[in-house]
Design a protein. Structure first.
Length: 366
C-alpha cells in the first residue's frame, strides 16, 4: 500500500483529499502546515507528497527546499496543490524540484491521474537504477576473480612443475620447501577465489525473483556418498579423514545437488578449522517427516563460542571478525546463509566455549 502525505493548511480540503485517497486504497497521512509536513516526511517516509504552497510557518517552497537537500528524501515524488497559476510561480517550483502542479480547484480524476503518473514514473526510475546497480555489482563480482585466476594458474603450474622436477638432493631441499609453501598458498588462494565466485553467483540469483523461483523447484536425493564427495572438496579434509563420522538417512530435499554439496563443504570446513586434529566431527542427517524437514547436523569438539558470540551471529555470520575470520575470508559462513536464503532453509547453533559447537541446518523435504 502506497503512503501519501497531504500537507494542506485548510482542514476541509486536507480531510477531503485524505478520504478520497483512502477510498482508492492509498494510506493517506495529513499535516496542517509546512513545519509539521517536514517533520512527517522524516517520520513517515511517504511514497509521494501532495503539498499546498501558501501555508503558515513554512510554505510549500520551503518544504520542497528542505526535502530536496537530503539524499534520503530528495527522490520522493512531490506535487504542488496551488491556486497560483502565474508562470513565474510554476518555474520556481519546478526549479526547486517539484514533479508536478495541480491547480485548485481540481477534480477527483485529475488528482488521481497525477498521483498514478508520478508513482509509476518513480517506480520505473527506481527499477532502472536497481538494474544498473545489479549489473555493476555483477560485473565487478564476476570479473575480478577471473582476472586473478589467470596469473594464479601460472603460479600453480610452475610450482607443481618445480616440485615434480627438482631433484631431492640436499642442495635443493630448502628450495623445494619454499616452492611447496608457494604451491600450497596458491591452492588456498584458488579455493578462496572459487568461494568468492560462488558467492557472487548467489548474489545474482537473490536479486532476480525468477531465478529464485527456478532454484526453489530443484530437488536432490541425499546419500552418504554425496556427503563424502562434498567433504572431499575441502583441502584440509585429507588430514582429518579419520576424524569425520557420517550417518545420514537418504531423503529427497528441496535444493540442487551443487548447492547441497557446497552447504556441506562449508559447514564441515568450518568444523575442521576450529577443532583440533584427532577430535571427532559428526555429520548426522535425518528426516523429520512430521515437520516436512530434513535436519543436517554438524558437531565438532573445538573452540566453541560464548552465548554472546552465538547471539551475535546474524544468518550464521560471526560479527567478531578478529576471532572467527582469522583463518579465512569469512565467505564460507556467508555462503551458508545465502544458500539457506535461496532455498528457504533455517539454521540453529548451540555452542559451549572450549567444548563443542553444534550447527543444525533444516531443509524442506521434496
Amino acid at each position: 500500500m502506497k503512503k501519501i502525505l497531504v500537507i494542506e493548511d485548510e482542514t476541509d480540503i486536507r480531510e477531503n483529499i485524505i478520504d478520497l485517497l483512502s477510498e482508492e486504497g492509498y494510506l493517506a497521512v495529513g499535516a496542517k502546515d509546512g513545519e509539521e509536513g517536514i517533520h512527517k516526511i522524516w517520520q513517515e517516509f511517504p511514497d509521494l507528497v501532495l503539498c499546498d504552497i501558501l501555508m503558515p510557518k513554512v510554505d510549500g517552497y520551503g518544504v520542497l527546499t528542505v526535502v530536496s537537500k537530503s539524499p534520503v528524501t530528495s527522490t520522493i515524488p512531490f506535487i504542488f496543490l496551488t491556486a497560483k497559476t502565474q508562470r513565474e510561480d510554476l518555474r520556481k517550483g519546478m526549479a526547486l524540484g517539484a514533479d508536478d502542479y495541480i491547480t485548485k480547484p481540481f477534480t477527483r480524476l485529475e488528482l488521481l491521474q497525477a498521483i498514478e503518473t508520478r508513482l509509476l514514473k518513480h517506480e520505473q526510475l527506481r527499477l532502472q537504477a536497481q538494474q544498473k546497480l545489479i549489473e555493476l555489482r555483477t560485473s565487478i563480482s564476476l570479473s575480478l576473480p577471473h582476472e586473478l585466476l589467470t596469473p594464479l594458474s601460472v603460479i600453480l603450474g610452475f610450482s607443481e612443475y618445480l616440485l615434480n622436477n627438482l631433484s631431492a638432493d640436499p642442495v635443493n631441499l630448502q628450495t623445494l620447501e619454499i616452492v611447496r609453501d608457494i604451491h600450497n598458498a596458491a591452492k588456498r588462494l584458488l579455493h578462496s577465489l572459487q568461494k568468492y565466485l560462488f558467492y557472487a553467483e548467489m548474489e545474482v540469483i537473490l536479486s532476480d525473483a525468477e531465478k529464485i523461483t527456478k532454484a526453489r523447484h530443484s530437488r536432490f536425493r541425499i546419500t552418504e556418498g554425496d556427503i563424502k564427495t562434498a567433504i572431499s572438496a575441502i583441502p584440509e579434509s585429507v588430514e582429518r579423514e579419520e576424524d569425520i563420522h557420517i550417518e545420514a538417512a537418504q531423503a529427497l530435499v528441496c535444493i540442487s545437488d551443487t548447492y547441497f554439496h557446497k552447504l556441506v563443504e562449508e559447514l564441515v570446513e568450518n568444523a575442521i578449522k576450529f577443532s583440533p586434529a584427532g577430535s571427532p566431527i559428526y555429520l548426522i542427517g535425518e528426516s523429520l517427516r512430521e515437520n516436512g524437514l530434513y535436519r543436517l547436523q554438524v558437531l565438532d569438539h573445538g573452540k566453541g563460542m560464548t552465548p554472546e558470540q552465538v547471539a551475535g551471529i546474524s544468518g550464521f555470520i560471526p560479527k567478531d571478525r578478529k576471532l572467527y575470520y582469522s583463518q579465512r575470508s569469512g565467505l564460507g559462513l556467508e555462503i551458508v546463509s545465502k544458500i539457506l536464503d535461496i532455498y528457504q532453509g533455517t539454521i540453529s547453533i548451540q555452542s559451549e566455549p572450549g567444548s563443542y559447537t553444534k550447527v543444525e541446518v533444516f531443509l524442506r523435504l521434496g
